[in-house]
Each structure stands twice: as C-alpha cells, then as structure tokens.
Ligand binder design. Structure first.
Ligand code: DGL
Length: 269
C-alpha cells in the first residue's frame, strides 16, 4: 500500500501516438505547475488514426501498463483516436482515473460557437467511430456538426512542418466546399501544432478549439477531490518514446524548460 504522500507526489501519465499529446501536456503543465508528468509517445507505431479498433485498443493497453509501471496516479489519454476507440476499456482495466480528450473538445466547441455550426477535424478512425457525434449528443448540443478526416496532417505535424505552405495547401484541400461553421474542433492532438497553417487559410472570425484546457481542469478537479494534488513543489517531466524522435526541440518549446526533464527510449508490447 502506497503512503498518501507517495500517491500525491506520484506523476501523471500522458500518452499519445507521437508528439501530438504534447499540446495536452502543455495545457496540463500550465494548469498544474506543481505536478510531475511521464509522457509516452508511441512513435514506433504511429499513426494510430489509420488503424482498427482492436489494434488501437491493444496499443493503448500497452501504453497504460508501461505508465502504470512508473507509478502514475492518473492517466490522460492525450490522443483523440485512443479516446474514441479505447477509453472505456482503459477505464475498466485500471484502478486509477483515466481522462480522455473528446469530452473536453466538445465542451470547448459548444461554449465557443455562436451560429451552432461546428466542424470537427480528426483522424479517419475517430471520424468513423463517431465518438464526437455521440459526445455532442450527450452534451445536448442541438446545432449542426460536420466531421472531416484529415489523415495527411499527422505526418506533417510529426515532420515539424507546422508553418509550411504545403501544410496550408493540404488544409485548404480538406476544407474545400465547407462553409457556414464558425468553430473548428481540432479533434486530433497533433492538429493544434499546425495552428499557424490553419490561421493562414481560415478567415479570422473562425475559432479553433481543442480539449487541452478543459482536460487540464478536469484533471485538477479529480486530483483535488481525491486529495492527490502534488505537495512536493519539485516537478519533473519524463519523456518516453518507443522510437527515436527527430528532434527534442519541439518538446522543450511546447512544455517549457522549467523543471527537470529526461528522455528515454522504451519498448512496448
Ligand atoms: N494524436 C492522435 C489523435 O489525437 C493520433 C494521431 C495518429 O496517430 O493518427 O488522434
């Protein structure tokens, strides 16, 4: 049995198929500066968004088990695809709280839209699973929701082409012929990295939202209710990846250089 202080000062686990979940980690760090994090990017098996539910489930279970071995007190599934396809089984297979990103993305969009027309951009697997549509229903949204799968955006984000003209062209292609929405949900955690390219393409009055901030608030609330907010004041970030990442610079840019940071390569499965 872990001592109470050990649980309080245990890290929060965060995983994604790659760099995308860092957009969520960044929001978590901002809301919870005293917490330590273990971030896992399953880059060896990226992308998740083109794979079947059984494969994404198996990968997500591997990520959970690895992060549990680091003694995490809560898990954030910082991947919309894994949230859509594997959140329920993950929640059933661990005693720690598991928080996904779709509920937060929907809440942010519903709070933001003025004309009740929302566009969701996500991976193929997320779009086909319709988890966003179910969540809009669950939150009682009465407006119009359109979904578009944008599979080419994940490799562009991993490549670091966040402001590249080719990325802007790909976005233009995906959005062709779609109009009248005022809010876009970036329903894949890689897409917020491409915000500069989205801004080149979109009129200024269209809002881009994602679940990061809402998720960070949900996590703060869960830990506070369980009296498990960290008391140590000594926050660390451990980055784990299942294959080499092309550059560590984006990690530092997105998460800030404060705190103690370490990188390691891990094997899964
Ligand atoms: N970042 C992930 C998501 O939010 C998945 C990207 C991928 O691996 O296809 O859906």
């Amino acid at each position: 049995m872990l001592e109470r202080a050990q649980v309080m000062n245990a890290p929060i686990g965060v995983f994604d198929s790659g760099l995308g979940g860092l957009t969520v980690l960044s929001a978590l760090r901002e809301a919870l500066p005293g917490e330590s994090f273990v971030y896992l990017g399953d880059v060896a098996r990226l992308p998740y968004g083109t794979k079947s539910a059984s494969v994404v489930n198996a990968y997500s279970q591997n990520c959970l088990r690895l992060l549990e071995s680091y003694g995490v007190k809560l898990l954030v599934v910082a991947c919309n695809t894994a949230t859509a396809l594997a959140l329920d089984p993950l929640q059933l297979s661990t005693p720690i709280p598991v928080v996904g990103v779709i509920e937060g993305g929907v809440r942010a969009a519903v709070d933001c839209t003025r004309n009740q027309r929302i566009l969701v951009l996500a991976t193929d697997a997320t779009v086909k699973n319709e988890a966003y549509l179910r969540e809009f229903n669950r939150q009682n949204f009465q407006g119009q929701v359109t979904q578009i799968a944008c599979p080419l955006l994940v490799p562009l984000a991993e490549e670091g082409w966040w402001e590249h003209e080719v990325t802007a062209q790909v976005i233009r292609h995906y959005l062709e012929g779609i109009s009248e929405y005022d809010t876009i949900v970036l329903g894949c955690t890689h897409y917020p990295l491409l915000e500069p390219s989205f801004r080149k393409v979109l009129p200024e009055d269209i809002s881009l939202v994602h679940g990061g901030k809402v998720v960070a608030e949900q996590v703060r609330q869960i830990l506070s209710e369980k009296k498990q907010l960290s008391s140590s004041g000594d926050s660390t970030i451990t980055f784990l990846a299942t294959d080499s990442v092309s550059t560590q610079l984006p990690l530092l840019k997105l998460t800030g250089t404060l705190g103690k940071i370490s990188f390691s390569l891990v094997a899964l499965g």
